[in-house]
Design a protein around this ligand. Structure first.
Ligand code: ADP
Length: 450
């Protein structure tokens, strides 16, 4: 086992990893930008080292500084968290070239899944059901129009290198295609340096269902059921739950096995998420994330496992500490993302926290790096906390969420907390009857198009 792990991240996810390290008796090293000198992860880690100025390209994405920080502190392994360098295959290669261990999948697996066309081809070959669409990249508008005709509108044009909702455009008709095709290409080029795009049938009323998988890198893998992340704004998840309210035990077992077998087949190591759209009882693969997800705690809650601990174990060459049969679902869990954002247009709202009080009690987990007097810097993501609740069933989890939100105090900046109070008053949230467009429509009806 490692003696010391460096965490190449900040905020709540850095704390999450530090906590796992501490329980495992492993020393932790925090890295931080000058803007984060007073951040909670710096205070909580056993050691901390400054790796650059506020801009993330010069700090949290600064590979040379992070490698140097490992050498200076004697850290043997790097946990990337999510975002930043977590899905950067070149970084993984450099880490390995320095005889350090990357806590996550191999550079090759990250590369394959990071390119959406290759990922889709790979998954298809492994027997995973995919959204109907173009066979590979679509080189020009003429081919795009042919595909639109073949599959029928609406279709979605996606940048193969895209992510975070960028580089995707829907075309509802042939007239629409020209601008949608060009915009998706341009976004792919400017955001990801790659203008290759592909086309899929656009599903009109799907849910977003993702399967958590975990492999030991030696051909063994399990699945930990699904998360339903259908409540999204601009393709960003805001409310996630497990198990999915629309998924039957048989469906879970079937799609779970397909996913576990697929990753076992490629000797996948560590945590991964296979994302699907789900419509009329069918699953359609959209992408695989080769890292820990923001919403992993709902899975941890219902299975009673520590996914970060497990990531560290397999990275150190140990076996997984559970088998598929050990993994039984216990109750229902929900996570809401608390962002420092001003409603109704969700504009970032950094600033000083004058008062912070985290909720507690049975079945409540608050993952946050906030503290009284903390100043949220303007340079990074606006996620400031995740409130996770668990109940014996969905109604109990929702009641607990309502209770916990009532206890949560974040003063000094605007947050998305009022959004969740309002959502909990909606019948659809209680019946679970919604798809990936529901939240946008609800926001439009409430605030108008913004
Ligand atoms: P990203 O990598 O940018 O997150 P994804 O491929 O995971 O992109 O898609 C993000 C979201 O976009 C999905 O959760 C869904 O809301 C929407 N989406 C993607 N593909 C389709 C599709 N074929 N039909 C309908 N919606 C889609």
């Amino acid at each position: 086992m490692f003696d010391k792990i460096l965490i190449a991240n900040r905020g709540e996810i850095a704390l999450r990893v530090i906590r796992a390290c501490r329980e495992m008796g492993i020393q932790s090293v925090a890295v931080h930008s000058t803007a984060d000198a007073d951040a909670m992860h710096v205070r909580m880690a056993d050691e901390a080292i400054c790796i650059g100025p506020p801009s993330s390209t010069e700090s949290y994405l600064n590979v040379a500084s992070i490698i140097a920080a490992c050498e200076v502190t004697g850290a043997q392994a790097i946990h990337p968290g999510y975002g930043f360098l977590s899905e950067n295959a070149n970084f993984v290669q450099i880490v390995e070239d320095h005889d350090l261990t990357f806590i996550g999948p191999t550079a090759e697996h990250i590369r394959v899944m990071g390119d959406k066309i290759t990922a889709k081809d790979t998954m298809k070959a492994l027997g995973v059901p995919c959204v109907p669409g173009s066979a590979g990249g679509v080189p020009d508008l003429e081919s795009a129009l042919k595909i639109g005709e073949e599959f029928g509108y609406p279709v979605i044009i996606k940048a193969t290198a895209g992510g975070g909702g960028k580089g995707m455009k829907v075309a509802t008709s042939a007239e629409d295609m020209k601008s949608a095709f060009q915009t998706a290409r341009a976004e792919g080029k400017s955001n990801f340096g790659n203008d290759e795009v592909y086309i899929e049938k656009y599903l009109t009323t799907p849910r977003h269902i993702e399967i958590q998988v975990f492999g030991d890198g030696k051909g063994n893998a399990v699945h930990l059921g699904e998360r339903d992340c259908s409540l999204q704004r601009r393709h960003q998840k805001v409310f996630e739950e497990a198990p999915g309210p629309s998924i039957t035990p048989e469906e879970r077992a079937n799609i779970g096995k397909i996913c576990a077998d697929a990753v076992a087949n490629i000797n996948y190591i560590g945590a991964g998420t296979i994302e699907f759209l789900y419509e009329n009882g069918e699953f359609y693969f959209i992408e695989m994330n080769t890292r820990l997800q923001v919403e992993h705690p709902v899975t941890e809650a219902i299975f009673g496992v520590d996914l970060v601990r497990e990531q560290i174990r397999v990275a150190a060459g140990l076996p997984m500490s559970f088998t598929q049969d050990d993994l039984q679902i216990n109750g229902h869990a929900i996570e809401v993302r608390i962002n420092a954002e001003r409603l109704p247009n969700f504009s970032p709202c950094p600033g000083r926290i004058s008062q912070y009080h985290a909720p507690g009690g049975l079945g409540v987990r608050m993952d946050s790096a906030l503290y009284d007097g903390y100043s949220i810097p303007p340079f990074y993501d606006s996620l400031i906390g995740k409130l996770i609740v668990q109940g014996r069933d969905r109604p109990e989890a929702l009641a607990r969420l309502n209770r916990a939100l009532g206890e949560l105090i974040v003063d000094g900046v605007d947050t998305t907390i009022p959004l969740f109070h309002d959502l909990l008053a909606e019948e659809a949230i209680h019946t679970g009857d919604y798809n990936i467009h529901w939240l946008e429509k609800w926001l439009d009806a409430r605030f108008g198009s913004i």
